[in-house]
Write a protein that binds this ligand. Structure first.
Ligand SMILES: *Cc1c(COP(=O)(O)O)cnc(C)c1O
Length: 355
């Protein structure tokens, strides 16, 4: 069976070496030694200003919205994973969907201003597939209208834009370290921000608002990463060069061998170093996509419709439709992409798609 992705497992000895430290320390969570080491290593590997690793990639979005959105209207993209919209609704805010740019598949920055009202508090946009939004335009709009910018950068581990980490943009950026993502801690994620004041605010929120054992800075919840998660992160991180090289190999193979007369790809934003997070192909129609998917599934190959349905169609959303997101959501299929995906398997996938 070939799935769309396969979790990278570091050698068990590597993980045992890290968990041995946890046993030696007799310390499982709350700012432990491994957590602190992973924070520092990620900060330096990614070249970011501030990082707070957390227990998953959804809580940092909720925490940022909790800090900034004030239960107002949040301008967002319909083309993302459900966590983006669900976090907005969970925080008792109203998602306002702005359609996507058909080339880059990120939120269409030219349509944002028309969606701003006096209730708008934030922009929550996704760098979908690791492809950056139009950062400069969004920053200018946010400045002009005094809005906060949160980037759901769940797909962006290792992505750089204009020579610096993509996580160094926006008031807050978030990433997911889920098992299906590029770098993982089993479950996990992180919040990134640009200054110490913001880091403090977010740190309090992710640890019940504690300012010492008996004093509370404000409202908080629990989003702390445990030592066992950090142990996995420390075991996976040394393999990032290998993981990236393998993913690049698979992407290049698809690039070279797929028949591009009917299929197409999204356009990568200029000045971006990409991380090969996903391999989405765009079909001419949903009928074509479904027939290709059937053919692949008959050979035990399971691509995924990331991201379908378009998020304004969620059962708890009442929004006007976004026609461009609708048409792309119906026509995009993500092909299998992971370390050790064999050439024979790739050839089988390509044969089905090209026929
Ligand atoms: C994976 C993902 C998330 C959620 O991350 P978790 O770590 O699974 O909570 C959020 N947004 C996007 C775009 C994602 O792909």
């Amino acid at each position: 069976m070939i799935n769309v992705t396969k979790t990278f497992f570091p050698p068990l000895e590597d993980y045992q070496k890290q968990t041995q430290r946890v046993w030696d320390n007799q310390w499982l969570t709350n700012n432990g030694e491994l957590y602190k080491e992973l924070s520092l290593k990620l900060k330096s590997y990614l070249g970011v200003n501030h990082i707070i690793p957390m227990t998953n990639g959804t809580l940092p979005i909720q925490i940022a919205l909790n800090a900034y959105a004030n239960q107002g209207e949040v301008i967002t993209t319909p083309f993302s994973y459900v966590a983006t919209t669900a976090s907005i609704v969970w925080e008792k805010c109203t998602p306002v969907f702005v359609d996507i740019d058909p080339d880059h598949l990120t939120i269409d920055e030219t349509k944002i201003e028309a969606a701003i009202t006096d209730k708008t508090t934030c922009i929550l946009a996704t760098h979908v597939y690791g492809n950056p939004c139009h950062l400069e335009a969004i920053e200018a709009i946010a400045k002009k209208h005094d809005l906060k910018v949160i980037y759901d950068a769940a797909h962006c581990f290792g992505v750089t834009y204009k020579g610096t980490s993509i996580f160094n943009y926006g008031d807050v950026s978030t990433c997911s370290f889920h098992a299906t993502k590029l770098f993982h801690t089993g479950e996990g994620g992180a919040l990134f921000c640009q200054d110490e004041t913001t880091r403090q605010e977010m740190w309090y929120r992710h640890n019940f608002g504690h300012d010492g054992p008996e004093k509370y800075h404000g409202l908080g919840m629990n989003a702390k990463m445990s030592e066992l998660q950090a142990a996995m992160g420390l075991s996976v991180l040394p393999y990032m060069a290998h993981i990236l090289a393998e993913r690049k190999r698979v992407c290049s193979f698809y690039d070279q061998h797929l028949d591009w007369t009917k299929l197409s790809k999204f356009k990568l934003r200029a000045d971006t170093t990409w991380n090969y997070a996903y391999y989405p192909v765009i079909f001419p129609s949903e009928v074509d996509l479904l027939s290709a998917k059937d053919k692949l599934e008959a050979h035990q190959i399971f691509p995924r419709r990331y991201f379908y349905p378009s998020l304004e169609d969620l059962p708890y959303i009442n929004s006007k439709t976004c026609p461009i997101a609708q048409t792309y959501a119906k026509r995009i299929l993500c092909l299998p992409l992971y370390v050790d995906l064999k050439k024979t398997e790739l050839n089988l996938i390509i044969k089905q798609l090209n026929s």
